[in-house]
Design a protein around this ligand. Sequence first.
Ligand SMILES: Nc1ncnc2c1ncn2[C@@H]1O[C@H](COP(=O)(O)OP(=O)(O)OP(=O)(O)O)[C@@H](O)[C@H]1O
Ligand SMILES: [Mg+2]
Length: 321
Amino acid sequence: MAAETVLQVTNLTKVYRSRRRGETVAVDNVSFSVRRNEVVGLLGPNGAGKTTTIKSICTILRPTSGKIWIDGADAIRNPRAALEKVTGVLEGNRNIYWRLNVRDNLEFFAGLQGQSLRSVRSYIDELIEMFNLQGKVKEQARTLSRGMQQKLAVACALVKRTPILLLDEPTLGLDVETSYELRWILKRMAQEGQRTILLSSHDMNVVQDICERVIIINHGKIVVDDKIENLKKLFTASAYRFEIEGHLSSHQERQLKERFDLLQISTNGNRTVIEAELLDSQRVYEIIDVLKGNGCQLESVGKQYPNLEEIFLKIVKGEKK
Ligand SMILES: Nc1ncnc2c1ncn2[C@@H]1O[C@H](COP(=O)(O)OP(=O)(O)OP(=O)(O)O)[C@@H](O)[C@H]1O
Ligand SMILES: [Mg+2]
């Protein structure tokens, strides 16, 4: 049975108005839904509208139009009710108290949500361990490294135990090790399946590591909303790579370029590599015919396995929808 929808965004539009820049349509009629316990990545280049979308869902921003329902609460008409269901960790705003130590911060945020200390103490211990902050419990947040502060911010969001967690660029600016550590923690949480997470990133690797589904947004509009696996298959099916010994004759090169649209030719020492996107796999043989025409030695033919980054760039450049 399909899990229920816990977050429903319908026709969300946000227009910023400023004297200097006039109107900016940051989010343009965006609709999507997230099911309970799903982990969804919101991916897009700078200025795509990710933060605006997340801030609207956290009720920090009032959308120009559209509807947002969070676990039964209308986030626009009744933000207070919605805020009991959702916690946001925004990039840049590390939402922790600088002068409180690690444990006090966690206790403070648990208390905010009306949880008694007794009931939450063992969960706090668990979080401290999960985020590897054991040696730091008595240190003031302001004295922690940036990576630790960011981990603490996520832990403070978790301790509120809202069913939905929104993370805006959770790994931005982290060193490689902490970035992987945080990904691993989020992935583990996702696998344990107790939270619904929507996270934004412009780093496809982060999304690929943590999420099962990705929504790609560009210029304020959704261009893709699909499982990461499906997205990979879609592109994998059509990308081929041919390698030959030696070089192509100018006649061969012309033939290939005339007959195939998305084709790249490069040389690697004494080898030539031809990469092509072929929606019809029969066309592989056409290419082979052209290559063999001049008595070339075909070294290999294979499918390309692009990573999410390449897929993302292709989509954003509008090569494919
Ligand atoms: N307060 C604001 N006033 C005017 N325009 C804004 C404001 N905040 C964002 N914008 C514009 O709205 C668009 C979307 O911005 P947003 O911050 O949502 O993008 P983003 O996807 O989070 O980008 P990034 O990856 O850089 O964080 C951009 O064109 C941005 O310049
Ligand atoms: Mg942003």
